[in-house]
Design a protein around this ligand. Structure first.
Ligand code: SF4
Length: 310
């Protein structure tokens, strides 16, 4: 088995920034709270919680009995933003705001606010449960609606004069299909493609990478839309693609017909998780690597020793 970790696989700049802001504050001895998961990767969250990060619900944030806990503490705003309600509750609770909103998401929020002031309807293409979408919807107020499929776009009614934009991690194909559908119905539709360039490029990278492998493992959080999207893209190129969170989910039967195993990850998958999978694969005793010897050149070391000229 030859294991290759995709070179370009790394967390997106927004996630890297949020994680390093949290680490930085924790290192300085700050109490740091986040409402829900800071990023969609539970194993990375566990690591940050080991450093002292604490998760809260919106109810706990508004609970006066928690005030003593919040003394001198801060709330980190996730890369995909928070709703105004959360920010108001945090300020009322006396928490310092550590704003890790990704600049790309902050730009979408500003665009929504500006268009609402000018009386536009706002259509957001994305997952209705995603924090970024909820944050944009909260800024759109009564003028906002969410569309998560082309079918929904055909069924719902919208303002005649509307701006349509995307959750940054939504599948660009879905966004363009919804835009095509709605531009027929709404002649005054203003389209703003706010899908993230990093995510768009990663789809192409993953497709090319999957094409060069016999088996592909896409590593990342179960709740991550981006990991799901990359998994789907890899599946288009390679039917032997599997989505996992950690080494314990590896099924060794996947590799019975595969020599070349590719490992890649999503926008919230840190590099250490990819290297951990590489190490598990290279050190596990399976048929074509019977002693589980470390192997970085391709083929087992036993095979290489047998072939070595005397
Ligand atoms: S996926 Fe793109 S928009 Fe979202 S946090 Fe990362 S860099 Fe920012």
């Amino acid at each position: 088995m030859r294991v290759t970790v995709e070179n370009k696989a790394r967390p997106c700049p927004g996630v890297e920034r949020a994680v390093s802001m949290a680490e930085d504050a924790l290192r300085r001895g700050k109490k740091v709270f986040a409402v829900g998961e800071l990023i969609h990767n539970s194993r990375e969250i566990d690591r940050l919680m080991g450093l002292g990060l604490r998760e809260l619900t919106a109810e706990q944030l508004g609970d006066p009995r928690m005030r003593a806990e919040f003394d001198g503490a801060c709330l980190i705003v996730r890369a995909h933003g928070e709703t105004r309600q959360i920010l108001t509750l945090a300020r009322e609770a006396g928490l310092e705001i550590l704003n890790a909103t990704c600049p790309i998401v902050a730009h979408s929020q500003d665009v929504v606010k500006q268009h609402v002031r000018e009386g536009w309807g706002i259509i957001i293409v994305g997952n209705p449960a995603h924090p970024e979408v909820l944050g944009l919807l909260a800024r759109a107020g009564e003028n906002g609606s969410i569309v998560s499929s082309v079918d929904e776009a055909t069924q719902k009614d919208f303002e005649y004069r509307s701006l349509i934009l995307a959750q940054s991690t939504v599948n660009p194909d879905l966004f363009h299909a919804v835009c095509r559908e709605l531009s027929v119905r709404l002649p005054d539709l203003k389209i703003m493609d706010t899908t993230c360039r990093f995510i768009r490029n990663r789809q192409e990278d993953v497709k090319s990478f999957a094409d060069t492998q016999d088996v592909v493992l896409v590593v990342g959080g179960k709740k991550s839309s981006n990991v799901r999207l990359l998994y789907e893209k890899a599946c288009e190129q390679n039917v032997q693609t599997y989505r996992i969170e950690g080494p314990e989910e590896i099924d060794w039967r996947w590799f019975s017909n595969g020599e070349r195993v590719g490992v890649t990850g999503g926008a919230s998958t840190p590099r250490w998780q990819l290297e951990e999978i590489r190490s598990s694969l290279e050190n596990h005793p399976i048929d074509n690597n019977p002693k589980g010897l470390k192997n970085t050149k391709g083929g087992s070391i036993l095979w290489w020793m047998r072939k070595k000229p005397k």
